[in-house]
Structures are given as structure tokens and as C-alpha cells.
Design a binder for this molecule. Structure first.
Ligand code: NAI
Length: 697
């Protein structure tokens, strides 16, 4: 295993065999090297073909080995590439399906490359904050020219083999092979078996006619596009070296850039997000081989804001949807919104007209529960009212076929209660989409006390199909995301009381990297939502302190963009947030009534109070088992709340900042007489981690 060896007449074939994508892990590298040795030693072998079994040539490094000593153990990837380059017999790499990262770098060590059409070729290292580390930046420009190579390296995006093959003057692919790839590769190998000298990519020259000007232009463009990330600019630097330095010196340069990037917080954050995404789909007590229920048909109850967006996700994935409503008007309105959404995509060229038709053809509507009884999954998205939910779930329990999954999109209600309206609580689960549901990546999967494991496994699988990042949350008020957000907003409002303005707070946290500050976000979502939650809290938990400044805003009817005024003013038809003198005066009046003398609050304090509010609540969520791992919390914030990717999510950021330092800052905030001192008591888990010098992740 790991690499297969066979001889076809006078050609040896070495096949990488490390499912799922032939990652170049230690055992695979060893077996591969042994295969090359064997082929060189065999006098009957005149040429060597290397390829990959199954679904890939090779997807690159074996991510399961990331960070372990095995990843670098000899023979490492650089040694394998050298082995091929120095091989006295011609080596032909036969590429298909996926040829990425280290896989492509390995192929560039071969003397020749042939490919099946449709092969995805890429150097995606930049996506985890790195430059390619095994010669990719030095060899790819030599075979594809500087501009094409640079675009691929800086974007990390795959390009199809036939596109690259068609480029004038390219030396990446010697032949495009229709039909059986291996047969074609072996035939090609025989054709070149006696040709000498053996061509090596390292001996080619990379050049650009406008050298310096081009690279300066590229650097400026890349810097503007990737503000927070150092890797893309370093990619440009490395490619520039391929045109200026001797090959070996370019390799040293690339290595140094790779190692330096590896240590940056941005790279750490990107790797954390990369692994966090994969880890999120694994649920500790739900084995990976849990059988899943088949989802062929979906029903959605309610054609409002959420119901329509949710339906679009399934239609986009080719899964038929029936929407059920209480009136024909509601159905027409909902379907009308979906149509307009799709039409906008067609207009922008993001969707072909025939795709639009295909998707709409999968949609049906009804007013009768009888029409949805054989759906495999039904998602309820009716009004956020327990009475209405009860009605719907009792009815679903009566009509739905046995084994159907009954999901609720509730954002605040107790899922266990919803499940109790049915005689099959094991089939009930929360699927908490975010608005706009057809766009936002995040899906919180809410696990009720009785939710069956195969229901969870099925929902996680279907989430992948509709391209969501699914994170499991236990049942609690607000689940992971909104529960943390409540603390973040509480702090934002305390800071208004103390002397900050909405614009100042938004600006500070946006400079930290958030897509949108709390006040702009609240104006977008509707300030009345938070108002309603606070009203409930004042009754449920009177001991918790809130600033009333947000209530005063709502009492003025300033609900946000939808009413043309919120924390900011808005001009009709525009979304630009304009600081509002009216709001500023309201805040000043409020402050005066509280008897607070305003003080200047620095950006650093603003950022820390907002982010550490998230961190402390996140720690509680972890401790209570609402989230099963810190990276799940980070995925929620990265994909659903605009937390800056280069910071890796709140928990990852806290680790990078140092939990000791986080707690010290919290102690400082607790001494502020206008803040809620209790707010800043470190969560027991946080205190424990500091005491034991450990981290969240
Ligand atoms: P909405 O008011 O836009 O839509 C609700 C729809 O449900 C309406 O079209 C209404 O006619 C229909 N409906 C009401 N009772 C019904 C019944 N008995 N049978 C069938 N249809 C019925 O509300 P929205 O915003 O779509 O919210 C729906 C659910 O999604 C709520 O539980 C909400 O908490 C949740 N949610 C909302 C988010 C948002 O940003 N709007 C985000 C995440 C979850």
C-alpha cells in the first residue's frame, strides 16, 4: 500500500496510493522512493511513469501529518523531487483529477508530464497563509511563464489541464491524453525512453520582459487585495526570485519565506480555520460511519425571509423542495422574492438562464400538509412564536412519514420543547440558518436532548451538500453565535454610556478586521430584535445589567435601515451609514441622566472589551458542552459573524494574544465603575486554562 509498483513491459509504473487524495505522508513518500529505486535498479526498465490511484494524482501534503515530525521526516518532499530530477531514466508524471500543492511540485520534478483533460492543477498553499514550500514558486514560472504562474500561486485557484495545455509556449504538459491515461502515459514514456539529455524544469529560464515594473505592479495589486495577509506578497517576491536568482538560490529564498510565514499569526489563523472547518463536521460521540438517512425531497414550512433562502440552497444542489404556507398570497410573495433573487444572479452573469429554469422547476408550493408527507426532511421557518411552532410540529407529527427528519430554524426558542410536541423527538433537530440564508455559509445544527445520532449525521452530510459550514450547538438561549453576540453588544452599549460614539466603536472594530461594527450590523439586522430580547431578559434575569441606550433608540422608532434611521442616518435607497446628530444628542442626554462624565475611550480598549466579551462567553459555552471544541466557536464567528479570518476566530485570537494577558485585561475592565464588574469575572474554564498555562485550541 501507499505506493504500488508494477512493470508494463519496459516501463515501470509507480502509483501513489494513500486515500482519499494520495496525500504525501511519510509512509507514502517512503514507498514511492522505494519504487523509484527499484525501477532504476531494474535493467529491463527504460522509463518510469508516476501516477495516483483513485480520485487524485495527489492533493499534496498529508494534512493528517501537519505539524508532526513525520511531515518533515526523510525522505521529505524536497528529497523525492530531487530523486526524480536526478533519476537516470526518464520519469513521466501522469496527472488526473487533482494535482495540487506538493502533488504538483512533485510532478514538476519529473522530466515529463502528461495529463487527462479536466485535471485540476493548483498551488493552493496561499490559502493557508504560506508560499509553496517545495519549489513551486521556482518551477511553475519556468514552465508556464511568470504571469500565469504568479496568478495561480497568488490566488491558489485550480486551473484545468486543457486550459494550461492550450497556452502558447507552455512547458508544463507535454501531452493531453484523451482515453486511458495510463496507456497513453506508458506509450509516451516509450517514445521518450532513449532521449537524452533528460529535460529538467530547473534548467529552464523564467523571465518577464518588463521585470521590475511588472513585479512592482503585482505587489501593489496583491497588497491592496490581501490587506491583512502577508503570504500573497511573499508569493510575488518568490516568483520574482525565479527570474533573478540562480535556481538553487531561489529555492533557498522560497524556503526562508515559507518558514517565516509558518510562524505568523495570520498563517496560524488560516490553518486553524482550515482544520476547524474539517473538525466541525466531526461530532465526538457520533462515529464517522454512522449510517445516514437518504434525503431526496425537502419540504419547507413558511415562505418568509428565511423559508425562501433556505429553499434556494436545496434547489441549487438539485434537491426538490415543496414550500408550504397558510395562504396563496404568502406563497406568491415568497416565490416572487426567490425569483427576483435568481434573476439578479442571472443579470450579473453568475447564473445561466437555463440553470435558473432548472432550479425553479424543482420547486413546488402547497397549502396542504398532505402534499409534503413523503418529504425526507422538513424545515420549519414560520413565525418565532412557540404557539405557532407547536401547531406546526403537532401537524408534522401526524402527517410526516416515519423516519422523516423534522427540523426547526428557530433562532431563540427551546428546541427540546419543540421536540416534545411530537411523538418522535429523536427525529427533531435545529437547523439554524443565517440571513440571507442562500448566501451565509454558517449553519448551526442544534442538537436536542433526544436528537438521534443518525439524524445529526444526516444533517451534517446534507449541510455539506448545500455547501454550508455546519457547527453543532447544544440547546441554550441564542445557541453559540447569538449567545456570545449578546455579550458583545452589551459591552458596545456600555461604551456609549461611558463616552464613545457608535461610529468610533464601529471604526475601531472594523480596523481590527470585522466586516461590520456592532452598530452598523444592528442597523442592518433591525434594532428591534435586540430590543425584544432585552425586554425578555429584564423579566427573566433582572440581575443582569444592560445599558438602556438601545431601548431609547428604539423608542424613537429608529429600528435601522428598514426604517431609514437607526444608530446612523440613511439616505433613501442607500446603505451608507451617516453619523446622526440626533442619536449623538440622545446618547449625551442618556449619559447625563446616568451622571457619567464622558471620557475618551481608546481603540485598543474598544477592541478588547468587544472581543474578550466574546471570548469569556465562548469559554462558558465550551465548559457547558454547548460547543464541543473551541474551533467550533471560531467557525461560527468566522462564517456567520464577520470575525476577521486573519485572526482565526475569537478563541484562536485569545490564544494568540495569550490567555494570561486576556485575563489581565479583564481585571482592568472590572475596575471600571461604569462597566458591570460581574461581567468580567473570568469563566471558570478560562481561569483554569490560565492557571495551567494551557490554551483553548
Ligand atoms: P417571516 O415573518 O419573514 O416569515 C415567516 C413565514 O411563515 C411567513 O411567510 C408566514 O406566512 C409563514 N407562516 C406563519 N405561520 C405559519 C404556519 N402555521 N404554517 C405555514 N406558514 C406559516 O420570518 P423569518 O424571518 O423568515 O423567520 C422565520 C423563522 O426563522 C423564525 O423562527 C426566526 O426566528 C428564524 N430565523 C430568522 C432569521 C432572520 O434573520 N430573519 C435568522 C435565523 C432564524
Amino acid at each position: 500500500m501507499n505506493a504500488n509498483y508494477e512493470v508494463r513491459g519496459d516501463v515501470a509504473v509507480i502509483t501513489l496510493n494513500n486515500p482519499p487524495v494520495n496525500g504525501l505522508g511519510f509512509d507514502t513518500r517512503k514507498a514511492f522512493a522505494a519504487g523509484v529505486d527499484r525501477a532504476v535498479d531494474d535493467p529491463a526498465v527504460r522509463a518510469i511513469v508516476i501516477t495516483g490511484a483513485g480520485k487524485a494524482f495527489s492533493g499534496g501534503a498529508d494534512i493528517r501529518e501537519f505539524g508532526s515530525p513525520k511531515a518533515l521526516a526523510e525522505p521529505n518532499l524536497l528529497s523525492l523531487i530531487k530523486l526524480l530530477e536526478d533519476c537516470p531514466k526518464p520519469v513521466v508524471a501522469a496527472l488526473h483529477s487533482v494535482c495540487m500543492g506538493g502533488g504538483l511540485e512533485l510532478a514538476l520534478g519529473a522530466h515529463y508530464r502528461v495529463a487527462a483533460p479536466g485535471t485540476n492543477i493548483a498551488l493552493p498553499e496561499v490559502k493557508i497563509g504560506l508560499v509553496p514550500g517545495a519549489g513551486g514558486t521556482q518551477r511553475l514560472p519556468r514552465v508556464l511563464g511568470v504571469e500565469t504562474a504568479l496568478n495561480m500561486i497568488v490566488s491558489g485557484e485550480p486551473v484545468k489541464s486543457e486550459v494550461l495545455f492550450a497556452l502558447p509556449g507552455q512547458k508544463l504538459l507535454d501531452r493531453l491524453i484523451e482515453g486511458d491515461l495510463l496507456d497513453g502515459a506508458v506509450t509516451f514514456a516509450r517514445e521518450v525512453a532513449d532521449r537524452r539529455p533528460l529535460p529538467r524544469v530547473r534548467d529552464l529560464k523564467a523571465a518577464h520582459p518588463q521585470g521590475d515594473a511588472y513585479f512592482q505592479f503585482a505587489r501593489n495589486t496583491v497588497r491592496a487585495m490581501a490587506k491583512h495577509f502577508p503570504a500573497p506578497v511573499r508569493c510575488v517576491d518568490c516568483v520574482e526570485q525565479s527570474t533573478k536568482a540562480k535556481f538553487d538560490d531561489g529555492m533557498v529564498y522560497e524556503r526562508a519565506a515559507f518558514l517565516a510565514l509558518m510562524m505568523t499569526p495570520e498563517c496560524k489563523a488560516l490553518r486553524h480555520a482550515f482544520f476547524g472547518e474539517r473538525a466541525a463536521s466531526k461530532i465526538p460521540d457520533v462515529p464517522e460511519d454512522t449510517p445516514v438517512r437518504e434525503i431526496r425531497k425537502v419540504a419547507v414550512i413558511g415562505a418568509g425571509t428565511m423559508g425562501g433562502g433556505i429553499s434556494m440552497n436545496f434547489l441549487n444542489a438539485g434537491i426538490p423542495v415543496t414550500i408550504l404556507e397558510t395562504s396563496q398570497e404568502a406563497l406568491d410573495r415568497g416565490v416572487g422574492v426567490m425569483r427576483r433573487n435568481y434573476e439578479a444572479q442571472v443579470k450579473k452573469g453568475k447564473l445561466k438562464p437555463e440553470q435558473y429554469e432548472q432550479r425553479m422547476a424543482l420547486l413546488s408550493t402547497t397549502l396542504a400538509y398532505d402534499d409534503i408527507r413523503d418529504a425526507d426532511l422538513v424545515i420549519e421557518a414560520v413565525f418565532e412564536d412557540m404557539g405557532v411552532k407547536e401547531q406546526v410540529f403537532r401537524r408534522l407529527d401526524e402527517v410526516m412519514k416515519p423516519g422523516a427528519i423534522l427540523a426547526s430554524n428557530t433562532s431563540t426558542l427551546d428546541l427540546n420543547r419543540i421536540a416534545s410536541f411530537t411523538k418522535r423527538p429523536q427525529d427533531v433537530v435545529g437547523m439554524h440558518f443565517f440571513s440571507p440564508a442562500n448566501v451565509m455559509k454558517l449553519l448551526e445544527v442544534v442538537r436536542g436532548d433526544k436528537t438521534a445520532k443518525d439524524v445529526l449525521a444526516t444533517v451534517m452530510a446534507i449541510a455539506k451538500k448545500i455547501r454550508k459550514t455546519a457547527v453543532v450547538s447544544g440547546v441554550c438561549d441564542g445557541f453559540i453565535g447569538n449567545r456570545m453576540l449578546e455579550q458583545y453588544i452589551r459591552q458596545a452599549m456600555f461604551m456609549l454610556d461611558e463616552g464613545a460614539t457608535p461610529a468610533q466603536i464601529d471604526k475601531a472594530i472594523e480596523a481590527f478586521g470585522f466586516a461590520m461594527g456592532p452598530f452598523r450590523m444592528s442597523d442592518l439586522a433591525g434594532n428591534d430584535i435586540g430590543w425584544a430580547i432585552r425586554k425578555r431578559r429584564y423579566v427573566e434575569k433582572p440581575e443582569i445589567r444592560y445599558s438602556r441606550v438601545g431601548d431609547r433608540l428604539c423608542e424613537m422608532g429608529r429600528f435601522g435601515q428598514k426604517t431609514g434611521a437607526g444608530w446612523y442616518d440613511y439616505q433613501p435607497g442607500k446603505r451608507d451609514a451617516i453619523p446622526s446628530p440626533v442619536v449623538e444628542k440622545m446618547i449625551e442626554d442618556h449619559r447625563r441622566e446616568l451622571g457619567i462624565a464622558p471620557r475618551a475611550i481608546g481603540d485598543e480598549e474598544i477592541v478588547q472589551r468587544l472581543v474578550f466579551a466574546l471570548v469569556n462567553e465562548g469559554a462558558k459555552i465550551l465548559e457547558e458542552g454547548i460547543a464541543s471544541k473551541a474551533s467550533d466557536i471560531d467557525m461560527v464567528y468566522l462564517t456567520g459573524y464577520g470575525f476577521p479570518l486573519h485572526r482565526g476566530g475569537p478563541m484562536c485570537y485569545a490564544d494568540t494574544f495569550g490567555l494570561f494577558n486576556v485575563v489581565q485585561a479583564m481585571k482592568r475592565f472590572a475596575r471600571n465603575p461604569h462597566d458591570d464588574a460581574g461581567f468580567w469575572t473570568p469563566a471558570p474554564l478560562l481561569a483554569k486554562l490560565v492557571a495551567e498555562s494551557r490554551t483553548f485550541t
